[in-house]
Design a binder for this molecule. Structure first.
Ligand code: AMP
Ligand code: TRP
Length: 332
């Protein structure tokens, strides 16, 4: 069976955009692939993280994934730092990938900004750790959004160079898995801005930890324009807030934007918002409740993650042993 590896950073404030754009898609992949889901805390510390917050966010992401339907028994959910094979292979890849390749990574340029000289070495080498995540399991497919495509391309180049340098056919070249029309969820306060954890207004996003009353309130207050809902999808280009709310309705109901437009054409926003809130609560409230249940019992989360790490190590450790032999390391 094909093997998926996917990583998510343990940053807090998971919101509807993360759910519709990432978490929900992974849950669905579980039917067709053997899945390894990793909470990448080692990637997170390439930028400064408060230690207590890093722990809390790691558990929060785990709880969100479990609550949303990740099956940690059939598949694997674990924390990156609990399997040292990632770090071991990342070092080897630091010696395979070229500085010139990393210099071309646009995410490093974005994240380092003007203060390149002051960025951590880890931030620069980050893509090599990501290659190691994937290749330590010989994963065949990686679900990626637009922003991670360049890193996956680098993982393929690194796998190919390793195979070539050592004259082996060892690593498969991992394929990107582009998931259906990526729903980009926009801010509830500004239809032109992405819904984001870093927006200072909490009314701009629906958090996965929001209860039913909060979800309803935020959608009632969501920005709109004065017109009734449009008759055709073409009109949405001029009406970002309407487009966003109809898009959210379409994603939550698993239908299309066209179907959403047809259903609410000509209606006032007030009626549509009421239906949207009912739908959002129906989908999100059970996940929210389950997430709270997990978060109330951190020991249970930690046990699930430890079990995941031990099953992850069982897959990676024979692969790493072969890699070490190929490279010429004496076996311990
Ligand atoms: P981030 O929180 O930006 O690190 O993103 C984590 C995951 O959620 C990535 O796969 C993003 O593509 C996805 N994501 C984040 N924000 C949004 C959004 N507003 N709409 C859709 N997907 C998003
Ligand atoms: N770099 C990814 C992000 O920031 C997270 C990630 C780390 C990842 N390792 C991965 C994604 C391996 C896919 C496969 O979103």
């Amino acid at each position: 069976m094909n093997r998926i590896f996917s990583g998510v950073q343990p940053t807090g404030n998971l919101h509807l955009g993360n759910y519709l754009g990432a978490v929900r898609n992974w849950v669905r992949l579980q039917n067709d692939y053997e899945c390894i889901f990793c909470i990448v805390d080692m990637h997170a510390i390439t930028l400064w993280q408060e230690p207590a917050e890093l722990k809390a966010h790691t558990r929060e992401v785990a709880a969100a994934m479990l609550a949303a339907g990740v099956d940690a028994k059939k598949h694997i959910l674990f924390v990156q730092s609990q399997n040292h094979d990632h770090a071991q292979l990342a070092w080897i890849f630091n010696c395979v990938a070229r500085i010139g390749w990393l210099n071309r990574m646009t995410q490093f340029k974005d994240k380092a900004g003007k203060h390149r000289e002051n960025a951590s070495v880890g931030l620069f080498a980050y893509p090599n750790l990501m290659s190691a995540d994937i290749l330590a399991y010989k994963a065949t497919h990686v679900p990626v959004g637009e922003d991670q495509k360049q890193h996956l391309e680098l993982a393929r180049d690194t796998a190919q160079k390793f195979n070539g340098d050592y004259g082996v056919e060892f690593f498969p070249l991992p394929e990107p898995l582009i998931l259906g029309a990526a729903s980009r969820v926009m801010s509830l306060r500004d239809g032109q801005k992405k819904m984001s954890k870093s927006d200072e207004s909490d009314y701009s996003r629906i958090n996965m930890t929001d209860d039913a009353a909060t979800i309803e309130l935020k959608l009632r207050k969501a920005k709109t324009d004065p017109l009734p809902l449009p008759e055709t999808a073409a009109e949405l280009a001029q009406r970002p807030e309407a487009a966003n709310l109809l898009g959210i309705w379409a994603a939550l109901s698993d239908s299309t934007l066209e179907a959403a437009v047809a259903r609410f054409a000509g209606q006032p926003f007030s009626a549509f918002k009421k239906e949207l809130a009912d739908l959002a609560v129906a989908v999100l409230a059970p996940i929210n409740a389950e997430m709270k249940r997990y978060l109330a019992d951190p020991a249970e989360i930690d046990a699930i993650l430890r079990d995941g790490a031990s099953r992850a190590r069982a897959i990676s450790s024979p692969i790493i042993a072969q890699i070490e032999d190929i490279v010429g390391f004496l076996r311990a």
